[in-house]
Design a protein around this ligand. Structure first.
Ligand SMILES: NC(=O)c1ccc[n+]([C@@H]2O[C@H](COP(=O)([O-])OP(=O)(O)OC[C@H]3O[C@@H](n4cnc5c(N)ncnc54)[C@H](OP(=O)(O)O)[C@@H]3O)[C@@H](O)[C@H]2O)c1
Length: 345
C-alpha cells in the first residue's frame, strides 16, 4: 500500500519558495540563457531533492540549449523547449527524500544525473545517482558522471575491450574522450589519442602512449587498432575503418559535424546497419549512453583507485552559466567545465 508519508526533509532547510536557476524560454545561443528566481522544485514519491553543489557542462546541454539537431525537438518541444531549465550532470547532497525512496537519506553526498541541474536545488531519480567517490571534492566530481559513463559504456559494453588491446580515441581532449583515454589505460590497453596539437599535453597526461595531432598529422590507416572510439571530427566511416583490425570494433559515439536536422544520427545508423549485414571487416556500432547507479558506482571505483581523475579545466559561478555553455559550444574546453552553485549562507 502506498505510504502517505511526506518527503523526509533536511533539518534546517530554508523552505524558500524560490531558488536561483539557469533558464531559457527559447532555443538559441548562450544569449538566451539567463539566471533568475524560479519556484523551488518538489520531489515526487520516488524522487529525491538535491542541494546542488556543482553541475558539469556536457555537450548534450549545448544541444538542449540550441535545439539542434532539430530531430531532438520531437522530444524536447518543437517550437520552444518544454522545460525551461538546463543541466544534467550533478554532484550534491540529498536535501529531501520522497516517501517511496529507499537506500538514500538526507545528507548523503551523491553524483549522477538530475533534472535541470544548473540550479541551487534539483530533483533526481535515485536510480540515476550514486554515492560520490571518497577523497574527491564535489565540485570535481561534477565533471564526471555523464561523460565518464559514456566512455565506460562505449569501451566496456560496445567495444568489449580487453587488456593488451590497442585503442584509438578520436576526440581525446574533450569531455567523453578525456575519460575514455583514462579508462582504456586503466583496463590495460595501449591508448593512442587524437586531438588538436594544442591539447596534446593533456591527452598524454591522461595516459595516452601516443598522440596524433589531427591538425598536423594524418589519422593512422594501418589497421592496427582493436578498437576505435569516434567521438569527434565526423570523418567518413570508410576512412575510420582503415584504422581498425578486421576483427576489431569501431564505435560511433558522436561528433558535431552532422546536419542541423539529424546531426550524426543518419551516418551512425547507415554505418551500423551496413556493418550488421556485411560478412567481413570490423564491427561498426553506434550507441546511446544511459545513466545507471551500478555504472556510477563502477566509475567511482576507478576514481578511488586513482585510475581516473575528473578532468576539470575550470569552474564558472551559476550566474555565468551562459559563458560556461559558450565555452563548451566553441570547443575550447580541455576536458570538462563545471557550474558551481553559490555557497549556502
Ligand atoms: N552516444 C552518446 O551517448 C553520447 C554521449 C555523450 C556525448 N556524445 C557526443 O559525443 C561528442 C563528444 O562529446 P564531448 O562531450 O566529448 O564533446 P567535447 O567536450 O566538445 O569534446 C570533443 C573534443 O574533440 C576534439 N575535436 C574537435 N574536432 C576534432 C577532430 N576533427 N578530430 C579529433 N578531435 C577533434 C575537440 O578538441 P580539440 O580539437 O581542440 O583538441 C574536443 O575537445 C558530441 O557530439 C556529443 O554530443 C554522445
Amino acid at each position: 500500500m502506498p505510504s502517505s508519508q511526506p518527503a523526509q526533509q533536511a533539518a534546517g532547510t530554508s523552505h524558500r519558495p524560490t531558488i536561483r536557476a539557469a533558464v531559457r524560454s527559447e532555443y538559441g545561443g548562450p544569449e538566451v540563457v539567463e539566471v533568475r528566481d524560479v519556484p523551488t522544485p518538489t520531489p515526487g514519491r520516488r524522487q529525491v531533492l538535491l542541494r546542488v553543489v556543482a553541475a558539469g557542462v556536457d555537450r548534450g546541454q549545448v544541444h538542449m540549449m540550441t535545439g539542434t539537431p532539430s530531430v531532438m525537438r520531437l522530444a524536447t518541444g518543437l517550437r520552444r523547449p518544454r522545460r525551461t531549465g538546463l543541466g544534467l550532470e550533478v554532484a550534491g547532497v540529498v536535501e529531501a527524500v520522497g516517501p517511496d525512496v529507499t537506500g538514500l537519506v538526507v545528507g548523503d553526498a551523491v553524483y549522477g544525473a538530475a533534472t535541470s541541474s544548473f540550479a541551487e536545488l534539483a530533483v533526481a531519480d535515485p536510480r540515476k545517482i550514486a554515492r560520490v567517490p571518497t577523497g574527491v571534492d564535489l565540485v570535481r566530481v561534477a565533471a564526471l558522471p555523464v561523460s565518464g559513463l559514456t566512455a565506460l559504456q562505449a569501451l566496456r559494453d560496445v567495444a568489449r575491450v580487453k587488456a593488451g588491446q590497442r585503442v584509438l580515441v578520436i576526440g581525446a581532449s574533450g569531455g567523453v574522450g578525456s575519460y575514455a583515454v583514462q579508462l582504456a589505460a586503466a583496463m590495460g590497453c595501449d591508448v593512442v589519442g587524437v586531438c588538436s596539437a594544442a591539447k596534446a599535453d593533456l591527452v598524454r597526461s591522461l595516459g595516452a602512449s601516443e598522440v596524433v595531432a589531427y591538425d598536423e598529422q594524418e589519422l593512422p590507416a594501418d589497421g592496427a587498432f582493436d578498437v576505435v572510439l569516434d567521438i569527434a571530427g565526423g570523418r567518413p566511416v570508410a576512412e575510420l575503418r582503415k584504422a581498425v583490425r578486421p576483427a576489431g570494433t569501431l564505435v560511433l559515439v558522436g561528433d558535431e559535424t552532422g546536419s542541423t536536422v539529424t546531426g550524426n544520427l543518419g551516418r551512425q545508423i547507415r554505418a551500423s546497419l551496413a556493418s550488421l549485414v556485411a560478412r567481413r571487416g570490423p564491427r561498426v556500432r553506434m550507441f546511446v549512453s544511459s545513466t545507471r547507479r551500478a555504472d556510477l558506482e563502477e566509475l567511482a571505483g576507478y576514481v578511488e583507485r586513482g585510475q581516473v581523475r575528473p578532468t576539470l579545466e575550470r569552474t564558472f559561478p551559476l550566474e555565468e552559466t551562459a559563458t560556461a555553455l559558450a565555452h563548451v559550444h566553441e570547443g575550447r574546453v580541455r576536458g570538462k567545465v563545471v557550474v558551481e552553485m553559490p555557497k549556502e549562507s
